[in-house]
Design a protein around this ligand. Structure first.
Ligand code: NDP
Length: 329
């Protein structure tokens, strides 16, 4: 009797799923990793969290991803990648990963609800999330004039007037990029000085299309009822006055946060929280754990680069597993 009880406890506590590779994240990095891993014969599970398909799905139209000369909506691109991964046998599960034990292999991931998954290799592709202003009307207008990626969406603002929120390198780079398309770009900064590098500041000040509104924050974006941006209500931090500032688009550039909360103290992260990988590789500080896409890329943040590094991670994971198996023989 005692034996039976012990065995059933052991079975209950045993991970319910055993995989070759678990991929955390379902954006371009995660899905490309899944396509490559499943296609190479590895049993592959993608765990997607809240942002199914990643940030790319927020883009109204992606026209710089090679292979789509007429462009493609971010949502459709994400959906296509998903279908391709499923076609090769990858499994996709919606779940929140609560913890990952990286101290021994196979790695064990605990999912919300108590389920456990064990895996020979883990690919972290959990991305970086845009920091949003979190003001009324912003969420309703994302993709309808409110954007977070100038390189993705600037071409939709040819001949239009836009505002960029922020005062760091991202905001200034976005403003410079947008100035190639828009007739006027106004940077709204909450202070009277910029955090951005002097080099970018010089370039922005030299650009006649770019203007500044200082000491101001956005209180509201108009007009969610008409499902388009018509302007922003600004609060002047000094005069405390509200004023309406007309514009056709709003670009939020107040920073990104890599989704690495689960890996603090387990992997090597840089000072802003991005996973550090070895040069020209997706290997992290832990053998068998790989990182791909924006979670390890504070610089480029492009879907095509995320996809490329996703394929690298799957190849690295495949080689790692092969090496482990050969070592056992
Ligand atoms: P940063 O954190 O450097 O800057 C964020 C900016 O947004 C700051 O001006 C900040 O204001 C402002 N901000 C933050 N929250 C709010 C808010 N709620 N409302 C209004 N304004 C807000 O982020 P970046 O994305 O610009 O840069 C991140 C890192 O990436 C940096 O290290 C940067 O150097 C690097 N980077 C490098 C690039 C390059 O080398 N080409 C390009 C882009 C980024 P405040 O100053 O008042 O806090």
């Amino acid at each position: 009797m005692m034996h039976i009880l012990l065995i059933s406890v052991a079975l209950l506590s045993k991970p319910t799923l055993e995989e070759d590779v678990v991929i955390m994240g379902s954006g371009p990095a995660g899905m490309t990793a899944a396509i490559y891993a499943a296609r190479s014969g590895l049993s592959t599970l993608v765990i997607e969290g809240n942002e199914n398909g990643g940030q790319i799905t927020l883009s109204y139209k992606v026209d710089n991803f090679p292979g789509f000369p007429d462009g493609i909506s971010g949502e459709e691109l994400g959906e296509n990648m998903r279908k391709q991964a499923l076609k090769f046998g990858a499994k996709i599960q919606s779940a929140k990963v609560e913890s990952v034990d990286m101290t021994k292999r196979p790695f064990v991931l605990k999912l919300e609800g108590g389920k456990e998954v064990s895996s020979k290799a883990v690919i972290i592709a959990s991305g970086a999330s845009t920091k949003w202003l979190e003001i009324p009307s912003e969420a309703a207008l994302i993709g309808k004039g409110v954007n977070s990626c100038a390189v993705c969406d600037a071409p939709f603002f040819i001949g239009k007037e836009v505002v960029v929120i922020g005062g760091g390198d991202s905001a200034l780079e976005d403003a410079l990029y947008l100035a190639n398309y828009a007739t006027k770009v106004t940077i709204i900064n909450r202070k009277d000085n910029l955090r951005a590098s002097p080099y970018l500041q010089k370039k922005v000040h030299a650009n006649k299309k770019i203007e500044f509104v200082w000491n101001s924050t956005i209180e509201e974006i108009k007009d969610p009822i008409n499902e388009k941006v018509t302007g922003v209500t600004l609060l002047d931090a000094i005069t405390k006055q509200l004023k309406f500032f007309p514009c056709d688009g709003v670009f939020i550039a107040i920073g990104h946060s890599p989704n690495t909360q689960l890996f603090k103290g387990k992997l090597e992260l840089d000072e802003t929280g991005y996973v550090i990988t070895k040069p020209h590789s997706t290997e992290t500080a832990v053998d068998g754990v790989f990182a791909a896409g924006d979670v390890a890329d504070p610089k480029y943040r492009q879907a095509i680069i995320a996809a490329g590094s996703g394929s690298m991670a799957a190849i690295d994971a495949y080689n790692f597993i092969q090496k482990q198996q050969k070592g056992k023989k």
